[in-house]
Design a protein around this ligand. Sequence first.
Ligand SMILES: Nc1ncnc2c1ncn2[C@@H]1O[C@H](COP(=O)(O)OP(=O)(O)OP(=O)(O)O)[C@@H](O)[C@H]1O
Length: 233
Amino acid sequence: MRKTYGKGAGAVHALRDLSLAFARGSFTAVMGPSGAGKSTFLHCAAGLDRPDAGTVVLGGTDLASLSETDLAILRRERVGFVFQAYNLMSALTVADNITLPLMLADRGPDPQWLDRVVGRVGLADRLDHRPAQLSGGQQQRVAIARALAARPEVVFADEPTGALDTRTARQVLQLLRDIVDGTGQTMIMVTHDPVAASYAHRVVFLADGRYAEETTQPTPEQVAERMTRLGEW
Ligand SMILES: Nc1ncnc2c1ncn2[C@@H]1O[C@H](COP(=O)(O)OP(=O)(O)OP(=O)(O)O)[C@@H](O)[C@H]1O
């Protein structure tokens, strides 16, 4: 993918020539110094934005070939999102928040899958609560269950633990890892945090809009050392 913001002397090459593949069932953290292109990559890969050149293929579908409407349908049905802000609907119960994407897609839930997701995120006894009655960690677990409800082919997480304290963050990261290992879900997480990245199977480092390097079975120390080598973070 290539993506440039602006024109002429002021042009910013956010993605220069980035080519990446993610195996089904893998958990990948995407890291890199500030301005490396992580958010731009995530937005393009998730079909929220389009690259200027190159393409994104999700499970055999070339996103470049889709109209805006079809792209919106693909995002709703085949992609899940978890953000730093949980973006829950305060008037809805936990159960309704989780199934909202399915309702919007006019799709009946797969009850077995939903039970599994709700059980895994540990919210079975909270389904009638409203988001305001939950802790930050519990709210993020609702958001994770919502992202998984439609059983998407891939879940994109953008700093999913950025708003949580260290202990809660670790629980949520372990949950993400358990979901990937237990369900075969594919997860791609953008993060600045070496500890968060260490929960992934693989860490891909970007620098200046390009692929820089990667590591598997990461440790926080190893990730921090590579980040320091790549620049300011
Ligand atoms: N809408 C935009 N208009 C102009 N420039 C942009 C826009 N979005 C991003 N950029 C620029 O593109 C480059 C890559 O930005 P991006 O947000 O993808 O980096 P990042 O790695 O996510 O950074 P950070 O870690 O600071 O969030 C940066 O130089 C940024 O200033």
